[in-house]
Design a protein around this ligand. Sequence first.
Ligand code: B4P
Length: 210
Amino acid sequence: MGTSVDAAIKEENGNVAEKKPIVVFVLGGPGSGKGTQCANIVQHFGYTHLSAGDLLRAEIKSGSENGTMIQEMIKEGKIVPSEVTIKLLQKAMQESGNDKFLIDGFPRNEENRAAFESITKIEPEFVLFFDCSEEEMERRLLNRNQGRVDDNIETIRKRFKVFLESSIPVVEYYDSKGKVRKIDAAKSVEEVFEAVKAIFTQKYEKAAAV
Ligand code: B4P
């Protein structure tokens, strides 16, 4: 990475107070590797990673009044109402002290997208889209073995269906605005990260050139 790129990242990090948050949405089917790659992006580019799934699971654990409803929806592979997820995202953004966010696994449908934009007044800088076949995603999720209520074959199939019906239209919407950066996510973790890195580096090279 060149020094001008480093300077652009530093400049962005230095202006926390004055600027509107920078948001990158990370979308892709269940098991496409969003969480895996977000951890790498955080290390290299100083973003805060907010996973909608992790925030919802933490909410279930906290024993809040919404917890039971969220757990049922996750078990069924259904999408939790926007206001619940957006509130959790906003709280996590405020508490982070950062102004650069990777929002992973959200928006999951058109309603999520419109509600997020109208409540927060934030439009994403771009959308990283992890493109992966269903066979590969299924194989990964069944191997993940972390005891998640949604990593069983029945729920996985429901999640795929919801992804195709509800989340792909969100990707298409942002594609029509020229905001989608598509990644071939079926490759190895290292190869996928090379492609991801190129996209973020390009963003900072552009900023350094201005
Ligand atoms: P998803 O957002 O679908 O994310 P995920 O299943 O955790 O997969 P991810 O793409 O992050 O893959 P990962 O890196 O872990 O699910 C989140 C869950 O949250 C949903 O199912 C749902 O339960 C819930 N949720 C979120 N928002 C919701 C909402 N609004 N309403 C309701 N529910 C909501 O990688 C997967 C596995 O593959 C790992 O084991 C990893 O090691 C491996 N892997 C990753 N990259 C690989 C590669 N390149 N090659 C080989 N293996 C790889």
